[in-house]
Design a protein. Sequence first.
Length: 394
Amino acid sequence: MRDQTETPAPPAPPGPAPTGLAESALPAAVRPGTGRRGATPGRPAAPAPASCPGSGRPGAGPAAPRPLGEVRSWPRSFTDRLTTPLPGVRAFARLAREGAFRPGPDGLRGIPDLPYAPAPLPAAGPGALCATWAGHASWVLRIGGLTVLTDPVWSRRILGTPARMTPVGVRWEELPPVDAVVISHNHYDHLDAPTLKRLPRHTPLFVPAGLARWCRRRGFSRVTELDWWECAELGGVRFDFVPAHHWSKRSLLDTCRTLWGGWVLSDVRSAGTPRKVYFAGDTGYGRWFGEIGRRHPGIDLALLPIGAYAPRWWLRDVHADPEEAVQACRDVGARRMAPMHWGTFVLSAEPVTEPLERVRTAWARAGLPREDLWDLPIGGSRALRPPSRSGVAG
């Protein structure tokens, strides 16, 4: 029977591909065994809330949360974590020859039709889960009583791309106090230094392995960096760092020097079944989604990227297309999906409104309930009421 805890949220009283500086791509054939269309295996019982669901070592059992702000040492490179090889000279030559960096005039005509409907942030009491899309991969999440920003980019322009097609959906001045920030990786459209400078330097940051040094150099004093399958806790919310099919690069000389991934946020103190939200960051489709679902059963909402996928031969390994995003939602076992990573920056060659059209079609074709696709406009919000101890709406 359908979960009746969902309610609408009422108002409360690529950058240039050769440099990798924005959202560059890695053309390569998917290696065998990456599970591009595999079925979701069965899932084990959830571990105790006090532990993380597995460490970074294959086959390892639950690990205790890492200390907040821990200073750690990491390998010089995470290239061994790549799902596919980095592009070679031939791939760059083909991309330059085809010149398919941006949509044509017909593809850009849809910009005035991009969904943009900013509204006051809804109320979010204890035990509720509320998601507000600020644009691209930036979300304002209220979970476990905390306000968490994901990959916050409030800048009008990022390096290597045209200015935003749509304004930010939430004015910075209208944000509640920010309790934490999660970063998925260091590409410029996900790690925006001008936006982070707006935050108090004591704001807790949760970042991939190797990225804390960059943050501490900018004055942030509470930076927690994690490897895949590690977690930390803050204020009754657990932050689990999980793998993604992507890569990292911020300058010409730092390819894969820091890790990349997504985050599972869990409210571990609320009564009854804790709320869980999965923020995928930026990722292609592959085997990691099934593994995330096995280790983190019961995800209420998956925030998944659906844009920046054309030309497909160039981007398929690092950016999911809409159909793959729907399959990824099913792989992780999430009840609901909220599309992101489209309609904000022009990073690739597909028509600007195509991702939304295709994800709606794919969702319907999969036979999934229409109300479980949270295809929000930029600035829009949806909320889940806190479940009771019996799992029924409270």
